[in-house]
Write a protein that binds this ligand. Structure first.
Ligand SMILES: Cc1cc2nc3c(=O)[nH]c(=O)nc-3n(C[C@H](O)[C@H](O)[C@H](O)COP(=O)(O)O)c2cc1C
Length: 210
């Protein structure tokens, strides 16, 4: 049983990464083999529309033919039971690196004959999104958009679950930056109250116990 964990934040030890590392601990506690990837360390692009994955008569239809740092990661993802992606929200969207990953993972399994999936396996996908936005605003303004954004992962034939982690602490010391629109006291209070619960939830999701 395999879990692939992808950090789509440029920061390796902040909100998104901390959540993902806890999910990895959970997966390891449950005996999953885990692969953890910091996307920002890799050199890769999104889909290049080469259509090599759609050529007639190819042996392996569900394969991306681009060769770059993402190539081995895509292979691990197609062999996994659980794919866990974490991304900060940047300007109301996941990071561009996560978008490029999505294109590369989801285009090869898409059949242009009938829009079914050519993928023969099943990978459940969990996406953790971290953001400044409070949960109420996420529910009202972003939730539906994020469900639409991540729908292509349905081509992996499993469940797609999105978990928002809201009102995150963006820095350890707000006084060092021009950030007057944030109330540091409020941010810290929310962080202390909510973040431990988010970490525990990530652990349980990594473990995949009901
Ligand atoms: C370029 C940039 C754009 C951002 N845009 C948003 C945004 O539109 N909405 C939001 O809620 N937070 C936004 N944020 C805040 C981050 O989503 C938030 O701090 C997140 O938890 C950072 O994740 P990290 O700690 O793993 O890096 C932005 C941060 C950056 C650096």
């Amino acid at each position: 049983m395999k879990t692939v964990i992808i950090n789509g934040s440029p920061r390796k030890n902040w909100n998104t990464a901390r959540i993902l590392k806890e999910a990895r601990k959970g997966a390891e506690a449950a005996g999953y083999e885990t692969t953890y990837v910091d996307l920002y360390d890799l050199k890769y692009t999104g889909c290049r529309s080469c259509l090599a994955c759609k050529r007639r008569g190819i042996d392996e239809p569900c394969k991306c033919h681009i060769k770059d740092d993402l190539t081995p990661i895509l292979e691990s993802i197609y062999q996994a039971d659980h794919l866990i992606i974490g991304s900060p929200i940047y300007f109301d969207q996941p990071t561009g690196e996560v978008r490029s990953l999505l294109e590369r993972v989801c285009f090869p399994p898409l059949s242009y004959n009938d829009y079914s999936s050519l993928f023969r396996g099943k990978v459940d996908v969990t996406v953790f999104l971290t953001m400044n936005t409070p949960i109420e605003a996420y529910e009202q303004q972003l939730k539906t958009a994020m469900e639409a954004y991540f729908w292509p992962f349905r081509f992996l034939n499993g469940k797609v679950k999105i978990i928002p982690i809201c009102d995150t602490l963006q820095t350890d010391d707000y006084s060092r930056f021009e950030m007057k629109s944030f109330d540091e006291k409020h941010k810290r209070a929310v962080h202390e109250q909510d973040f431990p619960g988010a970490l525990s939830r990530a652990f349980e999701i990594g473990k995949r116990e009901k």
